[in-house]
Design a protein around this ligand. Structure first.
Ligand code: ZN
Length: 711
């Protein structure tokens, strides 16, 4: 029989067809099963609601355990508009003690996206803020009658002291930008975040970890409660997560010293006010630890001004105030450090072998060299490092930098200047110190490239830039950097990055605030400088800081200010051995360092080390005309030059004639003889006749020579 291949084929096709159908059917069954699970999952989700619970924010204490910032709970009535059902409006009005019209106005404001920027129908919206305790109690008992309504707890920051607003900062509601930038996905509209101060820099520790409560809704979307009206949590609350409170901070600040220092700058503190007075800053550091004991800026304001419903209004007031109370001069302002810079120069010259402890330079009422005069006051000449520090001699430090920049041990001027600049950076200048507060300024230390770019390669020399040796010219430093130098000298050669938080509870202190920074300068040179700074207090420009029973070391500064009176500066530490406090006092437009900043400094030492506060009515301005005179006199003459000298910051070409070193002689000068520390000093008279000749020679001063000085 002939096989019917066609039939065979057809059987095969039909069989295959059945297999495919069965397979499809099985697949469908499987699919339905899966889908079914999905449906049930969605159904459960619909019946659950998650509410975020907020942790309490960490509190802030001072170094002695005094509570500085704490939380007060505040309760708001909130509404999730989507969840609201028909409710007893009159009953609600009665609980809130509002008439119907007022209630309707509140409702309208809440649901108007113009007035309520964070409006959303699905998240809790504030309806009534700051409920009083009676209303809060009534609402707690009756809330189950009002689906969609809830009570939200938030915290209000309270301040025990009208002090330290710049260090503490404040908290504010997050904005859209905060939420967008938030890589942790922590913030939701209506949340609070730190703004300025430690509230900002330690936000991640202070804010804590949010928790959640999951509850169940019935078929009509209402939250399910038990017979007593208590919320029934999903899975008996087993999936709820408790919030974790934020970490407390212990500041390194001594809040009472802080208050005292603020008082020295601007008188009595006033609640709710901007406190004007002197302009400037005080920074006090514990040298051994880098802990900041006081960080004062003036003018200043009550930190409580930025809390509650007046926050916006007060913030605008602070921004509009011409004295800039929000600007933290202690860390943000870059000032010329003036003569407080001189100890750094002495250290560099000794370390580089340009000078030794006995090297003396001439100073006949100033540094006089090749038509450049930088004036000084009357004192014996020649003069060595320690008396030069004590009398704040300009000549000594100008000659020192001149001989360093001309020294043959360096390949050329650029490399000599680079060596100088690197020491300055090691001593904490020119870059941010990285204090644990936002907004720090880096100050300014020029490098060779800066002068090459702004004056021109080969167009500048030692004399062109010499005013930097006395902390003028292009040099800029924050009061924090000056205080940090004081701490470095007090420690005889190291500093720890200054910081305002002593420890974070349960966490400790970030490692960067325990590490020593050590400029490559030998300890013995610091000892030499310490002796000079001690001499300044016992018989030099800082006599007003001499306190019986306390070995204070110091250095004054009087800083030329083109916009008005000089700035008055003091940098010092005490006691000389085993120092406990190092400070910088910087008072704008106050006159001589010896007159204002030194008496303020001495009061800070007295208060912190001896526990004494001089009577507030005591005259702060010094009567000691002797030390005033030392800072005055011929100094003013050179100041005039410093003031009228074209600034390289103007970015204009400096006229060639104003560059004393930019002469054809320059090449031969580079190869001229330069003294080693043991050599007789160039320019120093060898006998009476020579001395007389120097004293009587007409001084062609740089500003008379170029017709700048009309005085
Ligand atoms: Zn001098």
């Amino acid at each position: 029989m002939r096989k019917d291949y066609n039939l065979e084929k057809r059987k095969f096709v039909i069989g295959g067809f059945i297999v495919v159908i069965v397979a499809i059917y099985l697949c469908k069954l499987f699919d339905l099963q899966i889908l079914d699970d999905k449906y049930s999952e969605i159904a459960v989700n619909n019946a659950r609601s998650t509410k975020i619970t907020h942790p309490s924010r960490g509190q802030i204490y001072d170094r002695n355990g005094k509570l500085v910032v704490y939380n007060e709970p505040a309760y708001d009535l909130v509404v999730v508009p989507r969840d609201v059902q028909e409710f007893d409006t009159l009953g609600m009005c009665k609980i809130l003690r509002l008439d119907r019209k007022d209630f309707e106005t509140l409702w309208k404001n809440m649901s108007d996206p113009e007035k309520n920027k964070n409006y959303s129908a699905t998240t809790p919206q504030p309806l009534v803020q700051n409920l009083d305790s009676t209303t809060y109690g009534h609402l707690q008992e009756t809330l189950h009658r009002f689906p969609g309504f809830d009570i939200a707890q938030r915290i209000i920051r309270r301040y025990n002291y009208v002090s330290a607003a710049n260090v503490l900062g404040n908290i504010r509601e997050v904005n859209a930008e905060d939420i967008e930038r938030d890589s942790d996905n922590y913030y939701l509209p209506g949340d609070y975040t730190g703004d300025m101060g430690v509230e900002k820099s330690y936000e991640k520790y202070l804010r804590g970890v949010k928790g959640k409560e999951i509850f169940v809704r019935d078929a009509r979307g209402r939250i399910v409660r038990d017979e007593q009206g208590k919320i029934k949590y999903y899975n008996d609350g087993k999936d709820n997560v408790d919030p974790i409170a934020g970490k407390d901070l212990q500041l390194s600040l001594d809040i009472e010293l802080q208050q005292y220092c603020e008082g020295l700058m601007r008188g009595a503190a006033q609640r709710g006010q901007i406190m004007h007075g002197k302009r400037g800053a005080i920074v006090a550091i514990e040298p051994k630890t880098g802990e900041v004991l006081a960080l004062v800026t003036s003018p200043n304001y009550d930190p409580a001004m930025l809390v509650g419903k007046d926050r916006g209004k007060n913030y605008a007031k602070l921004v509009d105030d011409g004295t800039k109370p929000l600007y933290d001069r202690a860390i943000m302002a870059a000032y010329p450090p003036g003569s407080t810079f001189k100890p750094t120069q002495g250290l560099i010259f000794m370390q580089e072998g340009i000078t030794n402890i006995n090297t003396s330079y001439p100073c006949y009422r100033g540094y006089i060299n090749k038509g450049l005069k930088i004036g000084c006051h009357g004192h014996g000449s020649p003069i060595a490092l320690q008396p030069a520090l004590a009398t704040s001699c300009n000549g000594y430090f100008c000659w020192g930098l001149y001989y360093m920049l001309k020294n043959h041990k360096y390949e050329n001027l650029d490399s000599a200047f680079t060596v100088w600049k690197n020491y300055m950076v090691q001593m904490g200048y020119g870059y941010k110190l990285n204090i644990d507060l936002p907004g720090e300024s880096r100050g300014f230390i020029p490098n060779a490239k800066f002068y090459n770019d702004n004056i021109g390669e080969g167009k500048w020399g030692a004399n062109t830039i010499l005013s930097i040796a006395i902390g003028q010219g292009e040099i800029m430093a924050t009061p924090l950097q000056i205080a940090n130098l004081s701490a470095t000298i007090a420690n005889r050669g190291y500093y720890i990055t200054p910081h305002v938080v002593k420890q974070i509870r349960d966490v400790g202190i970030p490692k960067e605030y325990t590490e020593k920074h050590q400029p490559s300068i030998n300890r013995e040179y610091y000892e030499n400088v310490v002796t000079g700074m001690r001499m300044a207090v016992t018989g030099g420009t800082c006599k007003n800081a001499n306190l019986p029973g306390l070995e204070v070391c110091g250095k004054t500064g009087t800083v030329q200010n083109p916009h008005g009176q000089d700035h008055s500066v003091f940098m010092g530490f005490a006691p000389k051995d085993d120092p406990k406090i190092a400070i910088c006092v910087y008072v704008e437009n106050a006159g001589f360092g010896a007159q204002v900043a030194v008496p303020l400094g001495s009061r800070i030492f007295e208060r912190y080390l001896l526990g004494k506060s001089r009577n507030e009515n005591d005259e702060i301005v010094s009567e000691d005309t002797v030390s005033n005179e030392i800072e005055n006199g011929a100094n003013k003459w050179s100041d005039k030059w410093l003031q009228e000298r074209p600034s390289v910051f103007d970015k204009k070409e400096v006229p060639a004639q104003l560059n004393p070193d930019n002469t054809p002689k320059q090449e031969s000068e580079k190869t001229a003889h330069h003294p080693s520390p043991s050599d007789p000093i160039n320019g120093l008279p060898q006998n009476r006749e020579q001395e007389q000749a120097i004293l009587t020679q007409p001084i062609v001063d740089i500003f008379t020579r170029y017709g700048i000085y009309k005085g």
